[in-house]
Structure formats: structure tokens, C-alpha cells
Design a protein around this ligand. Sequence first.
Ligand SMILES: Cc1cc2nc3c(=O)[nH]c(=O)nc-3n(C[C@H](O)[C@H](O)[C@H](O)COP(=O)(O)O)c2cc1C
Ligand SMILES: [Fe+2]
Ligand SMILES: [Fe+2]
Length: 388
Amino acid sequence: MSKIFDITDTIKYIGVDDKELDLFENQYVLKNGMSYNSYLIDDEKIVIMDTVDKRKTDKWLNNLREALNGRRPDYLVISHLEPDHSGSIGNLLKNYPEIKIISNEKVFNMLPQFIGENIENKKVIVKEGDIFNTGKHELQFIMAPMVHWPEVMMTYDKNEKILFSADAFGKFGTLDVKEDWIDEARRYYINIVGKYGMQVQTVLKKASNLNIKTICSLHGPILKDNLEYYINLYDIWSKYECEENGTLIVCGSLHGNTLDAGKKLKEMLEETGENVKLVDISRESIPDVIPLAFKYSKMIVACATYNMSIFPAINSFLNLLKEKNYQNRKIGIIENGSWAPNAANCIKNIFSQMKDIEILEPIVTVKTKLNEESYNKLNELKENLIRV
Ligand SMILES: Cc1cc2nc3c(=O)[nH]c(=O)nc-3n(C[C@H](O)[C@H](O)[C@H](O)COP(=O)(O)O)c2cc1C
Ligand SMILES: [Fe+2]
Ligand SMILES: [Fe+2]
């Protein structure tokens, strides 16, 4: 897509799709590229809502020129300074040196690091609750620190009832791709903002006082219908609640025996009608597995002992989970070892540093391969899992 289109009579989409980018933030695999959204409020004063990544400056400036149709913009609102949105500010200022910038104090404190030029005479500083009149539109500013950086601010257009939500409610994927919102939005949210559930809750409470008809995020589609669906998922994710009752089995296995034990448990659980998903951590990008752990109510970690510690990918996975504030879940452990199994101790130690984690009994120890004794333990674990 990447073409301009009308959202309302006075608000245009002027963002761009990036189909060439393979890794967002150089770490999240993009299956279908990424959109950098930007909007134009076409009022007595013409206001641009954020710029785009420098990878797409030229395309974006073309979109802007087309939307302006010979006129010049009066203001740029900056909601967030991460380079996927601030990357074209410098070029915008070169093209329209008279433009004024509306943003909060934190943005202005950091802005010189991003654009390296003096903008003292351009500043319009706003704070929580301030209203800026552009003619027919009244823009109200809502601070959203840590959703996703400290300076983030949302803007509510009181007339159109649009929330310009910064990164919130965004997803991976270009605008022209046809895919459900939920999986790519979850993967985006949990990885990018997951750690800051409390701050997201604060913003959701503020947003609940607004009459919102449309959400314009900085990534992904414009959300118009059934907004409760999206807001409810953000509420669940930011409260660290699960979306589905079910079990994720994550296996870290060198020679395949631990993976076999994980698959056996999956089979046993499925026979009881449990909702189960199994991943071999070596075959996945770790940031793709993290959101699945948040999705389900229970998780089994099956891991080989590795130099008295745990399989390195499982170590990275668990530490990343801790960093994302993973909590409030029920966990089962299957360890494997041929001479001195120690994986369970290491796994328990990492989970002990997370909040409200319940380790289910029994911990299953496999000595190289499942045998009668370890199979019986696995069966006990299955029984306990389906009970919670
Ligand atoms: C590099 C390496 C280090 C290992 N370190 C230990 C260890 O410290 N303690 C132990 O009991 N087994 C250790 N093992 C053995 C494996 O944990 C054991 O063979 C296990 O059954 C492997 O499961 P898998 O088939 O899922 O890879 C190690 C294996 C490898 C390859
Ligand atoms: Fe961001
Ligand atoms: Fe972003």
C-alpha cells in the first residue's frame, strides 16, 4: 500500500510500508515487513503526526507533498523518538524550515541527540492534559512514559475521537498484508513493551475516560471497529494474565531425548483434551517463543543438563522471560542428564526470581532416555497439570 488515504475528511494516512526490512530492532524476525505510520491533520493549521524511519524518508516526503497539495505544514507532533519514527525529522526540517514542533519536555531534552541541530525557536512544549487548537480540531496530549520509551506521548483528537496511540496497539507487518492482528500484535507488544505492564495499565486507565472511535498506531492497521477487543487484549497482556488456558512445552535438547520426553507429554496431555503447543527452542527465534509463554496459562520447560547448567538457548529464553516480567503462571520442569542431572535446580533458581510462579510437582528427571520410572513421573506431572 504505502499510498496516502483518507481516515476521515480531515485526517490522512501518509505513512509507508517497509517490505525490505528483515529484522525489526535488528532482532525481531519480520515475516511481512513493517509499516511506519504517519498522519496528516488537514485543518486551518496543518499538523503532521510523526515522521518515519530514515530508510523510507524519500517515499514519506513524497506522500507528504501529495497530501499537502502545494501547501506547507505548520506543525509536527513528535510522540516518540525511537529512530523508526524520528528518522525523517531532520529531512523534514530541511524541506520546511518554518515548521514548529509540538511535544513534551522529555522529547525536547533528547531530540538534539537524534537530529543534531538547534530547534529552540521551533518548540511548542505541551504537558499532560494540554489542549492545542488547530482550527476545528482540539488535540489533547496524554503522557505515556515507557510505552515504549520514557518520552512517549499520545494525542487524542477530541473532534474526530481518534487516539494517536504511538507504538501502542501496533503490530509487525506492512499495511497491505492480510493477517489477523492478534499474533503479530502480541509478538510486538510482549517483546517491545512487555516489561512495562504497570505503565500500560496507567495509560489504559486514562484512555478509559476518553470516547475513542479510532486508534491510529505508529505500526499496523488503523483500528476502527470493535475497539474493546484490542483494548481488552492490552489489558490482559499488561496485567500479565493469560489469554488461553493451555500448556506451552519448551524443549532444549542436544541429542533429541529431552525433546522426545516433551513430545510424549504433549501426546499424553492431548489425550486428555488439553490445549498444548510444543516448541524446540533450537528451531525458533527466542523472541518468537516469549509471547507464546505469555499467551498460555501453563508452561513446561524440558531441558538437558549442560556442563552442570542448562542448555544455552533455554538459559537465554528464561532470562529474557524474566526481563519481560513474566509472572503469574504455573510451571512444570523436565530435566535430563546422563551422570549428574542439574537442569531443574538451575531452572528453579531462575523462576524463583519471578513473581507468582508456581512450580508443579513432581519435577521429572530423565536419565538420558525416558524409562519406566521417569515415564511414571511424567504421568504424575500430566495429572497435576490438567488439574490446575
Ligand atoms: C556439552 C555437554 C555437556 C553436558 N553436561 C552434562 C552435565 O553436566 N551433567 C549431566 O548429567 N549430563 C550432561 N550432559 C549429558 C546430557 O545432559 C545428557 O546426555 C542428556 O540426556 C542429553 O539429552 P538430549 O538427548 O535431549 O540432548 C552433557 C552433554 C553435553 C553434550
Ligand atoms: Fe518504539
Ligand atoms: Fe515504533
